[in-house]
Structures are given as structure tokens and as C-alpha cells.
Design a protein around this ligand. Structure first.
Ligand code: A3P
Length: 298
């Protein structure tokens, strides 16, 4: 079944994560930690593979040591009796690369104290939360959209995140608050902000940017190797990168593969004109007053 949900400061998280909350908040970051901070479905797996390729100097064998989602602990992960994200991170030798979907306000305070490097790749696409109540049927504007799981096309994802009344019911909090929070954190902390759309448009440039952030300068050959290895088509066929074999109640890959489409603005193809208008209105309203802008199509 779907995971039971709980809440911390108004943010919906799995109940198991909520049960571990004190331990998560007390997590001790190190100054040499790298934290990948993404909104769910923003391209977490993609940036993980890129970072790993850079850190392993392009050594494919080393990158294949484990499936990508297991290489870097997810700090709020809790699924007893498996070791929690915190336990996995504590058992890792430094320098550690960790990941989280938490909004800024819920990040364990020691990350700020230690000035860790954070990389949130953002994406103007949204996500279907684990176990969030099925809500769109209650709204005639969205009711004709098909039912989806975690990996399915974007329309429901947008409807959940963008309808004012529903956005609180999204795991890890509303998308808008997440991106605006990290965008602001960039003013005072060492945060490299990446956009999914830029990575699609010019992966070479963006990957070199990540490398420099990590203190490396990639030569052309290595850069091209990483661009190739982390492209959608190659990752889709790489069992260590495509999350094949991952079976979760919230991610049924027989319905829709994890590496679904990897494109920008796909929801527009699924929305009606009215739905697109409503989406845009809501987007404008919630993103007003920030200089953070997303490219909605390439
Ligand atoms: P789609 O469902 O639009 O295809 P996350 O890892 O945060 O769950 O994000 C998953 C999304 O990132 C999926 O989007 C997936 O296809 C996309 N993705 C994963 N690897 C990618 C790559 N190499 N290039 C482009 N998109 C990628």
C-alpha cells in the first residue's frame, strides 16, 4: 500500500520520516558534505549521476558500483527496519554526497552552520506525491485528467501543485515554496542553482559549471564523456541509472517507466486550453515578486 503520511510544520512527509524527525533535525553535517537538494521529480537522479561521474573522474566502472539512487543517502529517508538515511550518511566516509527533497525551512540546521555546498537543480515540472489523497476529481477543471502514479505524465502533477486549495496536500510541500526558498538561500549560502531546462539546452556548459562548483575543471574529452553518459537516452538504457528494479507502491514502472520522457513543458500536451490558462494564472500569482523565472518550453 501507499505510505502513511504525517506532517512537520505544515509540510507533508511520510509518517516514518516524521517518526525519525528529531534524529533528522539533529543530523551533523560536515563542511565537506555536498547536498543535492531537489524537489521530487525535478531531475534528482540526473544530477546525482552527473555529480558522481565528475567525482569519479569519469570512471564508469566506479559509477556502476551501485544503482544511482543508492549511491547517495537521502537524509529524510525512513523505512524501518532498513537503515535510515541518517544512519546511512553517518556510516559514510567523508567527503559525503547526500541528497534531500526537504524545503529550506526543514533542512537540519547543521547544514547551514557548516556551510555545505548545496546544489538544487530546479525544474518547472511538478510531482505526484506519495500517497497524497486523490484530489483532482473534486475539481471539475481537472477532473478529466487520467489517474497517474508517481512516474506518469505531468498534468496531474501540475494540478496538485498549482491549485491553491490543493497545494498543501503535496509531499515535501508546494513546489513554489520549495523553489522560492532555495532561490533565496542562494543569496546567503554556497548554493549552485541549476535549471533542468538549461541542462537540457546546453548540458556541456551546465556540467562544466557543476564541475567548477566542485573544484574541478574538466577537459573536453572528459566533459564529452560525461555529457554522453548522462544523456537521457544513455541513462534510460543503463540499469545502474534508470532505476529499473526499483519497485515502490508509489512508483509502478509497469505503468510508466521512471525515465519517462525527460522533456520540458510536457504538461501542455495533456492539459486542455482551460487547464493551461488556469495553470498559468496560478503560476503567475505564486511566482509574483520573485526574479526567479523558468523556461516553460525549449
Ligand atoms: P519525466 O517524468 O518528465 O520523464 P527525479 O530523479 O527527481 O525523480 O526526476 C525524474 C525525472 O527526471 C523524469 O522526468 C526523468 O525522465 C528525468 N530524467 C532522468 N534522467 C534524465 C536525463 N539524463 N535527462 C533528462 N531527464 C532526465
Amino acid at each position: 500500500g501507499r505510505p502513511e503520511l504525517g506532517e512537520v510544520e505544515g509540510i507533508l512527509l511520510s509518517q516514518a520520516t516524521c517518526n525519525e524527525w528529531q534524529r533528522i533535525q539533529g543530523f551533523q553535517a560536515r563542511p565537506d558534505d555536498l547536498l543535492i537538494c531537489t524537489y521530487p521529480k525535478a531531475g534528482t537522479t540526473w544530477i546525482q549521476e552527473i555529480v558522481d561521474m565528475i567525482q569519479q573522474d569519469g570512471d564508469l566502472e566506479k559509477c556502476k558500483r551501485a544503482p544511482v539512487h543508492r549511491r547517495h543517502p537521502f537524509i529524510e529517508w525512513a523505512r524501518p527496519p532498513q537503515p535510515s538515511g541518517v544512519e546511512q550518511a553517518e556510516a559514510m566516509p567523508p567527503p559525503r554526497t547526500l541528497k534531500t527533497h526537504l524545503p529550506v525551512k526543514l533542512l537540519p540546521p547543521s547544514f547551514w552552520e557548516q556551510q555545505c555546498k548545496e546544489t538544487p537543480p530546479l525544474r518547472s515540472q511538478l510531482w505526484d506525491p506519495p500517497g497524497a489523497p486523490v484530489v483532482s476529481e473534486s475539481d471539475p477543471c481537472w477532473g478529466d485528467l487520467p489517474q497517474h502514479t508517481h512516474t506518469a505524465p505531468q498534468p496531474r502533477l501540475c494540478s496538485r501543485c498549482c491549485l491553491p486549495a490543493l497545494s498543501a496536500a503535496v509531499g515535501w510541500g508546494p513546489w513554489h515554496d520549495h523553489v522560492k526558498g532555495w532561490w533565496k538561500a542562494k543569496e546567503t549560502h554556497c548554493v549552485l542553482f541549476l535549471f533542468y531546462e538549461d541542462m537540457k539546452k546546453d548540458p556541456k556548459h551546465e556540467i562544466q559549471k557543476v564541475a567548477r562548483f566542485l573544484g574541478k575543471n574538466l577537459d573536453q574529452e572528459l566533459l564529452e564523456k560525461i555529457v554522453y553518459h548522462t544523456s537521457f537516452d544513455v541513462m534510460k538504457d543503463n540499469p545502474m541509472a534508470n532505476r529499473s528494479g526499483v519497485s515502490l507502491s508509489i512508483m509502478d514502472q509497469s505503468i510508466s517507466p521512471f525515465m519517462r520522457k525527460g522533456t520540458v513543458g510536457d504538461w501542455k500536451n495533456h492539459f486542455t486550453v482551460a487547464q493551461n490558462e488556469r495553470f498559468e494564472e496560478d503560476y503567475e500569482e505564486k511566482m509574483a515578486g520573485t526574479n526567479l523565472t523558468f523556461c516553460m518550453e525549449l
